[in-house]
Design a protein around this ligand. Structure first.
Ligand code: GLU
Length: 498
C-alpha cells in the first residue's frame, strides 16, 4: 500500500505555526515511507475563508521548504484540491446517506436550536441536537420540501454504547456516543460542513494516514461513523499533541506570536524553525538538537512521538537559530540571506517615499528606519505613558486597537486608518492623542514616519506583535478585565453596524 498523507488547512487567518508543525510531521511520515504528501484547502466556511489567507498559507509553507506532491497550485490526479470546487461531490454523498437512512433532513429553525441549547445548558445536560426531526414521516418531509422549507442534513448517531478506535500514538480510545452530536453534514445552502467534506476527500484522495492535532479527537467518532455508513475503509488516525506556551497553556497569540509570517519577518531561518518544530514531541534517535529536514526524514519514526505537551519556546528557537547561523552559514551565505530578507532595494524603495523629506544626509536614514527592520523594541512601560492618557486608557487604547486590527481583512492604509478612527471615536479621544502610545509601541520613538505608514511597512504580524508586547508591558489584561473590555468593544462594534 502506498502511504498518502495530507495537510488540510482552513484559509481563515494567518498561517499558524501549528499548521507548519502538523504539515512537517505528515511530510516526514510520507517521505520516510516512500509515500506522497498533499495539500488540500478546506474552505467550507465561506464566510471566514479568504483567498488572501490561502495565498499566505501556501507562501508560508513554501518559505519553510515544506513541499507537497499534489495541491491546489500544482494540481494532481485527485483534484480539485480546494473544497469549494468540490460541492457537487459532497452533495451526492449527503443524498446517499439520506437515502440509505443514515442521515436525515432537519427543518428546525436556528431559533429552535438555540432554545434547545439554552435549556440543555440550564439543566446541565449534554448540549446537542435533540433528535426532533430524526423520525419525521415521509409525507411530512415531502410536504415541507414542496413548501420550500429550508433544511439541513444531519447524520444519525447511535444513542447508546461507545465508539472505540485506535490511534497510532494513544492506543485504543473510547468515546461515549451520548457525547457525540447529530452533526450537520450539509448546510441549508447545500454546502458541506467540515466533517462530511473531510471524510469524503480523505477517502477519494486515497489518504492512508490522518495525522492531525489532538483537538480533532472528539470529531473522530463522527468520521469513523461516516466511513462505516459509506462502506469505506477508514484511514489510520494519529493525533499529535498540541503545541503549548511556556506556561503549558495551548499556544495562543496573546502569549506567543503564532503566525509563521511573524517568524519570517523577525529573521528566523526556515531551516531552524523546521528543525525546532521537528523537536516538538519528537527527537532524533541520538537526541541531537540540530538536524536538517533530510536528516529528519531519514530517521523519522512516528512511534517516537511523545505525548507530553511540547512547549514552543521562542528563546530556545532563537538559540537554535544562532547555532544554525554559526555552524551552517559562511559570511557570503549569510549576506545572501540578509539581502533576501530585508537588506534589499525593494525594501528601501518601500521606505524612501516616506523618508526622503526627513533626511539631510544619507546617514540620517539609519536612525529613522531602524525600527522597520528590527525585531521587538527595547522600550519599557514609562515610554508608553504619555501625559495625555492615564494607565487604564493606554491599556484600553492598545487592547481595543489590537482587536480591531485583528479583524481587518486587508492590511492597507485605509483600513488601518479606519480601525484607528473607530477606536478613537469609541473612546472619545482625539486621534492624535489616541495615537501617542500606539506610535511608541510601534516605533519606539516619538519621531518617525506616520503611524499608518509605519503599520503598512511593518506588516500585520509585526505591528500586532509590537502592540501586544506593549500591552504586556502595561501589565496586560487579566481574564475578568478582558471580559469587561470585550463587552464594551462588542457593543461599540454592534452599534456601528446598525
Ligand atoms: N481543516 C481542518 C483544520 O483546519 C483540518 C483538520 C484535519 O486535519 O482533519 O485544521
Amino acid at each position: 500500500m502506498s502511504i498518502r498523507t495530507r495537510i488540510a488547512p482552513s484559509p481563515t487567518g494567518d498561517p499558524h505555526v501549528g499548521t507548519a508543525y502538523v504539515a512537517l510531521f505528515n511530510l516526514a511520515f510520507a517521505r520516510s515511507q516512500g509515500g506522497k504528501f498533499l495539500l488540500r484547502i478546506e474552505d467550507t466556511d465561506r464566510q471566514r475563508s479568504t483567498q488572501a489567507s490561502e495565498d499566505k498559507i501556501l507562501q508560508a509553507l513554501k518559505w519553510l521548504g515544506l513541499h507537497w506532491d499534489e495541491g491546489p497550485d500544482i494540481g494532481g490526479k485527485f483534484g480539485p484540491y480546494r473544497q469549494s470546487e468540490r460541492s457537487d461531490i459532497y452533495r451526492k454523498y449527503a443524498c446517499r446517506l439520506v437515502e440509505e437512512g443514515n442521515a436525515f433532513r432537519c427543518f428546525c429553525s436556528a431559533e429552535r436550536i438555540e432554545e434547545v441549547r439554552k435549556s440543555q445548558m440550564k439543566n446541565r445536560q449534554p448540549v446537542g441536537y435533540d433528535g426532533h426531526c430524526r423520525n419525521l414521516k415521509s409525507c411530512e418531509i415531502e410536504r415541507r420540501i414542496s413548501a420550500k422549507d429550508p433544511f439541513v442534513i444531519r447524520m444519525k448517531v447511535p444513542r447508546h454504547g461507545q465508539c472505540v478506535f485506535d490511534d497510532i500514538l494513544r492506543g485504543t480510545i473510547s468515546i461515549d456516543w451520548s457525547q457525540i452530536d447529530s452533526q450537520v453534514l450539509l448546510k441549508s445552502d447545500a454546502m458541506p460542513t467540515y466533517h462530511l467534506a473531510n471524510v469524503v476527500d480523505d477517502h477519494l484522495m486515497g489518504i492512508t494516514h490522518v495525522i492531525r492535532g489532538e483537538e480533532w479527537i472528539n470529531s473522530t467518532p463522527k468520521h469513523i461513523l461516516l466511513y462505516e455508513y459509506l462502506g469505506w475503509d477508514q484511514p489510520e488516525f494519529c493525533h499529535l499533541p498540541l503545541l503549548r506556551n511556556t506556561d503549558k497553556t495551548k499556544l495562543s497569540k496573546r502569549k506567543n506570536p503564532t503566525s509563521i509570517l511573524y517568524y519570517e519577518r523577525m529573521g528566523f531561518l526556515p531551516e531552524s524553525l523546521l528543525n525546532y518544530l521537528g523537536r516538538m514531541g519528537w527527537s532524533m534517535p541520538d537526541e541531537r538538537e540540530k538536524f536538517s529536514l533530510k536528516e529528519m526524514f531519514e530517521a523519522f519514526d512516528i512511534s517516537r512521538i511523545s505525548l507530553g505537551g511540547p512547549v514552543f519556546d521562542i528563546e530556545k528557537l532563537s538559540w537554535l537559530n544562532g547555532v544554525w547561523i554559526r555552524e551552517e552559514f559562511s559570511d557570503e551565505q549569510l549576506a545572501n540571506r540578509l539581502s533576501k530578507w530585508a537588506f534589499n532595494e525593494a525594501k528601501l524603495l518601500e521606505f524612501l517615499p516616506h523618508a526622503r523629506d526627513r533626511i539631510e544626509i544619507l546617514s540620517d536614514l539609519a536612525p529613522l528606519g531602524f525600527y522597520l527592520i528590527s525585531g521587538m523594541l527595547q522600550i519599557d512601560r514609562s515610554d508608553l505613558m504619555t501625559s495625555d492618557l492615564d494607565e487604564e486608557q493606554i491599556i484600553q487604547v492598545l487592547q481595543y486597537l489590537i482587536w480591531r486590527l485583528e479583524g481587518l481583512k486587508d492590511w492597507n492604509r485605509e483600513e488601518i486608518l479606519s480601525a484607528c478612527n473607530f477606536v478613537s471615536i469609541m473612546m472619545d479621544l482625539k486621534l492624535k492623542i489616541f495615537l501617542g502610545p500606539v506610535f511608541m509601541a510601534l516605533s519606539g520613538s516619538v519621531v518617525s514616519i506616520s503611524v499608518m505608514d509605519s503599520m503598512c511597512l511593518l506588516g500585520r504580524e509585526m505591528s500586532l506583535a509590537r502592540l501586544r508586547h506593549a500591552l504586556e508591558l502595561m501589565g496586560g489584561v487579566g481574564k475578568k478585565k478582558q471580559k469587561k473590555l470585550e463587552k464594551t468593544f462588542n457593543d461599540a462594534v454592534s452599534s456601528a453596524l446598525i
